[in-house]
Every structure is written in structure tokens, then in C-alpha cells.
Design a protein around this ligand. Structure first.
Ligand code: CU
Length: 498
């Protein structure tokens, strides 16, 4: 309805203007052409003079009206350490260009009024004016020098790479049509090496080199989480076309170029929670985030920092959004400990795994911890007869020859048996039900004996250990399935007496 009324008003205004035009045309004919030319000129000059303040005031008022929606103003203060200096650079540029903007527009409209065509007036003609040349060359040169020097100072302050002594978290953002892959270093705090030749869109989006141990704990989360107050180096890469890594709230922006890694270093200074509190102070943030859900969260509550692509990289460009969360150091540690490594969940023991069938250093260490606590609780167990199942004791197929990888687990067992030096144990061998029962019993017995002999060689007194072959008599899993049979082929330690 309002739209219709406005449309009608506009049509009526147009009709009125056309009519005024017709009237002045007719009156011009009556008064003669020349006089009407000067009269028309006067009118236009006057309108230009009136337009000037309306236009300039309009510019200032709209800038003030939208101020709080602009980065650097109102609640949208920079959330990074360096952001303030970039904002200040923008403000200085705005200050000078603002002065020039006002002066040129006042001059433009005032001059077109003052020097409008008048009867008998003639333009002055001069060839050259040195003072004028100096003024309009020197002033812009000075201002430009100031802005460029200030810009360079800020650039040199923001852009240097980290030094060898610096403490920082390095993450990688890899842009592609149309999303970002994010990679974090694991507990080693180091990103593993990559090679574009190894990129496999489904199984290795970063082209990580799995022979590099630094890659083993790297993880690829679906959002960026960072601790407040910690320096972050983002390694920025692209897989297909040009993208741009843009974190508007942190004043971070850098091209992501295929084949040419770039970086940006910044330190977040405000947590997401604190930034939301900042926004909450402003009425335009106190409305429901979703209009159709008036009781739902308000805009400030639903706010998240975000990563966008600031390069028009294709038709799905708009969808390259990732949430960025700034949290406290403790929250960050907690989040990080919940993430699982890409290698462990997607590559480990597949054909792509160069360590397939071999134990990794981290696995050995984790297993050592497990064994330590299993022994501790077995020794504290008042019921006795606690059973500890050997996880990493392997034999050659159909034989009782220990595979070399078994040494890690057995060495740890030897160490623990020396610690609990009164414990008497039974080494039990078990098989699945495939093959002859007697043969299985013999095999399990010789395997248990092989384990006992190994431990004796490691310095455990032989009379603290008995070796028993149970064959297939004590299954734990279903012998009809491969997983069940796998579970049944095992070596166990039983603490017979403490
Ligand atoms: Cu993009």
C-alpha cells in the first residue's frame, strides 16, 4: 500500500515537472530567447547551490547513521592486536579524503553558482600561475607522503614473518571451490610436510606426506578455534583458483594463491563471548536473529566471528564460510584434546599408510601407559587372578616366532615385572578354532613359552612365570567371524599371586 502511494506521488511529481517545463517554454517564447536563457541559468545555478548543503549534509548524516555497522566503529572494534593500527590508517585516510571531498564539492557547486553566465560577463584568461601550480602539487604530495609512509609503517608492523624464537600456533587454511579445509598441528605443535602431488580430494585434501611423523597427529576440524592472546600464523594455500582468506573482525586478509603459499600472522585479543557482550550494548543487536522466531536467540547471541573468501572465485563463492571461535586457553586445550587426527581416523593401516602393520611411536607410548595402569590396578586388585591381555604381541603365521614389533610391549612388561618384583604370573596362549585342536594347543603352548623365554632373557626369573597353552578352549569372540577369530588368537598375562 505505502509503495503504491509513493509511486503515485512520484508520477504526480513527474507530471508537475513536465508542466512547469512546458510553462517556462511558453513564457520563453513570449519574453524572447536570450532573456529566458539567462533566467534559466540563474535558476539552475540556484538549484545547484541549494543541492550542495543537502548533498553534503546527507552524506554526513548517512555516514553517522550507518557508523555502527562499519568495521572499526561502534561494536565492530578490531578483535586482533594489529587491527587497531589498520583502523587508524583507514581513519587518517578518511580524514584527508573527507576534507578534499568537502572542499571540492563546495567549490564545484559554489563556482557553478558564482560564475554562471551573466549578461556582459566574460571569463578571465591566464596562461600560467606558478603559485597555484605549487599549491595544488605540494599539498596533495605532502598528504600522500604522510599516508604512504604511515601505511608502510603499519605494513611493516603487521606483515613480518615469525622469528625462530617466537611462540606461535601455526594452522593451515586451504581454499578450494567452494570451501576451506583447515589443518591444525597435533600435540607436537608442528604441521607436517605436504606435497601437491599427493593431493587426493577424498583421502588427502592437503597432500600430506604420511612418512613425515609430524603429520601423524595433524587434524582437520570444521571450524577455526583459537585461544585468546596467542600469536597465530595461518599458512594460506589454494587448490584450484585464487581465493582470499578474510577474517573481517580481525582485519586479516590475504590472497590464497594456487602454488604460492602465503601467510598472515595475528593475535586475537577478544574471545567470542566477550565480543558478543560488546555487541549486546547496541539496540540493533538486541533483536531476534531469525525474524520468524521472535523468542529465539538475539542477534548478539547468535553472532560468530567468521572466515570468508574475499575473492570472486566462482558461483559457490558465497558458501566459503567457516566459523571462527576465540576461546580461553583452557577451553582451547580442551577442544584440541577432543580432536582426532586425520591420519589415525582415515589413513592408519589402509593401503595409503606407509606404516601399515608397524607400531607407531605414539601407539607404543600410549600402550605403555595402558600397561602401567593395568599392572597398577591388577596389583591393587584384592581378588587376584587379574588378566592383562597383550595387545601388541605378534607371532609369525602358524609359528611361535615373535615378530620384532612385539619387543615394545614385552620390554614394558619386563620393566613392570621388575617393579612389582613379588608378582607371580601365568603366560596364557590362546588360538581360534581353525585347524586341528591338538595342533592349536601345541601352538598356543609354544607361543606362551616363547613369551616367557623372552621375558627371561630380559632378566625376569624363570620361576616367577608359567607358560600355559589353552588352545581353542577359552574363546572370547565368535569363531565364525574373522573379527571373532582375531579376538581369540591372543596372549594373556594372569597375575597369579602378588
Ligand atoms: Cu573462494
Amino acid at each position: 500500500m505505502t509503495g503504491l502511494v509513493i509511486l503515485l506521488i512520484l508520477i504526480l511529481l513527474a507530471v508537475i515537472l513536465i508542466q512547469i517545463g512546458k510553462v517556462s517554454e511558453l513564457s520563453a517564447k513570449i519574453r524572447g530567447e536570450e532573456e529566458s536563457f539567462y533566467q534559466g541559468n540563474n535558476r539552475t545555478a540556484l538549484w545547484l547551490l541549494i543541492f550542495m548543503p543537502v548533498f553534503l549534509i546527507g552524506c554526513v548524516v548517512s555516514a553517522l547513521y550507518y557508523k555502527d555497522s562499519m568495521l572499526g566503529y561502534g561494536p565492530l572494534k578490531s578483535a586482533s592486536e594489529h587491527g587497531g593500527s589498520i583502523d587508524s590508517l583507514f581513519n587518517w585516510t578518511l580524514f584527508f579524503t573527507g576534507i578534499v571531498f568537502i572542499i571540492t564539492h563546495v567549490a564545484l557547486f559554489w563556482f557553478s553558482y558564482k560564475y554562471r553566465a551573466k549578461k556582459g560577463n566574460k571569463a578571465i584568461f591566464f596562461v600560467h600561475n606558478t603559485s597555484l601550480e605549487i599549491v595544488w602539487t605540494a599539498i596533495p604530495a605532502l598528504v600522500m607522503t604522510f599516508l604512504v609512509v604511515k601505511g608502510l609503517v603499519v605494513w611493516n608492523d603487521v606483515m613480518p614473518d615469525v622469528g625462530p624464537e617466537d611462540e606461535y600456533i601455526e594452522i593451515q587454511a586451504n581454499g578450494y571451490q567452494f570451501a576451506w579445509d583447515i589443518r591444525y598441528p597435533g600435540a607436537d605443535e608442528k604441521l607436517g610436510t605436504t606435497n601437491f602431488r599427493k593431493v587426493d580430494l577424498a583421502n588427502n585434501p592437503f597432500g600430506q606426506d604420511w612418512t613425515d611423523p609430524k603429520n601423524i597427529d595433524d587434524f582437520n576440524p570444521d571450524k577455526i578455534v583459537l585461544p585468546v592472546g596467542q600469536q597465530v600464523r595461518v599458512r594460506i594455500t589454494a587448490r584450484d583458483v585464487l581465493h582470499n582468506f578474510y577474517l573481517p573482525h580481525f582485519r586479516v586478509k590475504m590472497d590464497a594463491i594456487p602454488g604460492l603459499p602465503t601467510y598472515f600472522i595475528f593475535t586475537p585479543i577478544t574471545t567470542t563471548a566477550d565480543y558478543r557482550k560488546q555487541l549486546k550494548e547496541y539496540p540493533e543487536w538486541q533483536i531476534p536473529a531469525d525474524e520468524s522466531e521472535p523468542d529465539g536467540p538475539q542477534r548478539w547471541e547468535a553472532f560468530d566471528f567468521e572466515l570468508a573468501c574475499a575473492e570472486l572465485c566462482g558461483e559457490g563463492h558465497y558458501s566459503m564460510r567457516r566459523v571462527v571461535e576465540i576461546v580461553t586457553q583452557e577451553e582451547y586445550e580442551a577442544w584440541k584434546s577432543e580432536q582426532s587426527s586425520y591420519y589415525m581416523s582415515n589413513i592408519r593401516n589402509t593401503d595409503a599408510d606407509p606404516f601399515k602393520g608397524k607400531l607407531l611411536e605414539t601407539e607404543i607410548q600410549n600402550r605403555n601407559k595402558e600397561l602401567t595402569s593395568a599392572f597398577a590396578s591388577a596389583m591393587a586388585d584384592t581378588l587376584g587372578n587379574a588378566i592383562i591381555r597383550m595387545k601388541n604381541v605378534f607371532f609369525e603365521t602358524g609359528s611361535s616366532v615373535l615378530k620384532t614389533d612385539s619387543q615394545f610391549e614385552l620390554n614394558k612388561v619386563a620393566e613392570l615385572l621388575k617393579k612389582y618384583n613379588s608378582a607371580i604370573i601365568e603366560v596364557g596362549g590362546h588360538t581360534d578354532s581353525v585347524g586341528d585342536e591338538d595342533a592349536n594347543k601345541t601352538l598356543s603352548n609354544s607361543r606362551a613359552t616363547a613369551v616367557r623365554d623372552y621375558l627371561v632373557r630380559k632378566g625376569i626369573t624363570a620361576n616367577r612365570m608359567t607358560a600355559v597353552g589353552y588352545g581353542e578352549s577359552n574363546p572370547q569372540g565368535d569363531n565364525n567371524t574373522p573379527e571373532g577369530r582375531q579376538e581369540n588368537r591372543r596372549t594373556e598375562l594372569k597375575i597369579v599371586s602378588k
